[in-house]
Design a protein around this ligand. Structure first.
Ligand code: SF4
Length: 354
């Protein structure tokens, strides 16, 4: 994995960490709130703009921190309003961020790692492996950028999904700082129930997340109803087999009283048959409040998967519902712009390699 020695980003700190920083730097406690306000309410992009801070403090900040640069290298706009960005980071690595328009508001899908090492066979993000974790500030900057773009039309980021490139629970601490800033009333102030973190099933961190006792939604990519098939589609299942995953889910539900959404990507002829639906229903029966989100998988050139037919998607849903398991079919967004995670970055990597 690559490592870089450099200044931390201004967005790397929670308000509590800013309070600590101003104290250590001999500044008055209220300065932390002012800095936070400039970053997340006024959304400035330089220290000079923080006009109510003394010059000496601005200089200290400049010496200690840097702003995140997200250079827009590609932007695709779908007919349904979905906008997908490819941003280049300071070290030239590229990440994707997506803004989705819903009837209930704007949702931002953020990336948490440069690449991914989980190796799900249907996912373009994993093709080049993991380059590095994103710093908390680099995750936060994606939402700040989205909000700044939406400011032009007086709109708000109303929800966040952590479903972009990367496995959030493999960059756990950075993701927790990100969440802290997102939900903080003095930060971006986004309702906890409007945020979803999605994991491929990193069991120890499902327990940790349960113990955080937040109201943030948890989604788990399950994609198969048994160990054999899941290990084939998601090698992470060999590290954290099905039984351990379900145990962790039970703990989460008991601890938080909140439902888990199970993401199930339907792949034609692989995991989308009636027997798979029956088996999945049996697995989830013991888990109260389960909800299954069926995702017709996007075609990934290198992976050779085909889409499940509409009839088979509905048949799968009916079987789950027959067993009293709530199941929805994810509305496709941005299919005309390759909006599935990692596809734009994969294209960019391919072009850069030529
Ligand atoms: S689906 Fe998510 S966890 Fe799996 S390889 Fe892709 S980015 Fe990683």
């Amino acid at each position: 994995m690559e490592t870089t020695e450099k200044k931390p980003f201004v967005y790397d700190l929670s308000l509590e960490q800013w309070q600590e920083w101003v104290k250590q730097n001999g500044e008055s406690a209220f300065r932390a709130g002012q800095i936070f306000d400039w970053l997340y309410v006024k959304r400035v992009s330089s220290f000079e703009e923080m006009s109510n801070l003394p010059k000496a403090l601005r200089e200290k900040l400049l010496a200690a921190f840097s702003f995140v640069t997200l250079k827009e290298v590609a932007k695709q706009q779908s007919q349904d309003g979905t906008v997908k960005f490819l941003f280049e980071l300071e070290d030239k690595n590229a990440i994707e961020t997506v803004i989705m328009k819903h009837s209930y508001g704007n949702s931002v899908c953020v990336t948490t790692q440069v690449g991914c090492r989980i190796g799900c066979t249907f996912c373009a993000s994993t093709l080049g492996g993991l380059k590095r974790n994103l710093a908390p500030g680099e995750i936060i900057a994606q939402v700040v950028k989205a909000q700044t773009l939406l400011d032009a039309t007086d709109e708000r980021v109303s929800s966040i999904v952590i479903m972009g490139i990367g496995e959030p629970f493999e960059n756990y601490d950075a993701v927790m700082t990100f969440l802290n800033v997102m939900i903080h009333p003095k930060g971006l102030n986004i309702g906890q129930r409007h945020i979803t973190v999605s994991t491929s099933g990193i069991v120890p961190n499902i327990y940790r997340f349960a113990d955080e006792a937040t109201q943030i939604n948890l989604a788990i990519s399950i994609h198969a109803p048994n160990d054999q098939l899941r290990s084939k589609l998601m090698p992470v299942n060999r590290r954290f087999p099905f039984a351990d995953l379900i145990e962790a889910c039970k703990y989460y539900v008991a601890k938080t009283g909140r439902r888990i959404t199970f993401e199930y990507a339907l792949m034609g002829g692989v995991n989308d048959q009636a027997e798979h639906a029956e088996e999945l229903a049996q697995v989830l029966k013991g888990l109260p409040l389960s909800h299954v989100n069926l995702i017709p998988v996007n075609f990934v050139m290198e992976r050779n998967f085909v889409r499940t037919s509409r009839d088979d998607i509905f048949a799968f849903q009916r079987i789950l519902e027959k067993h009293k398991i709530n199941a929805t079919i994810r509305r496709e967004q941005g299919s005309d712009i390759a909006a599935a995670c990692g596809q734009l970055r994969a294209k960019h990597m391919e072009a850069s390699a030529r």
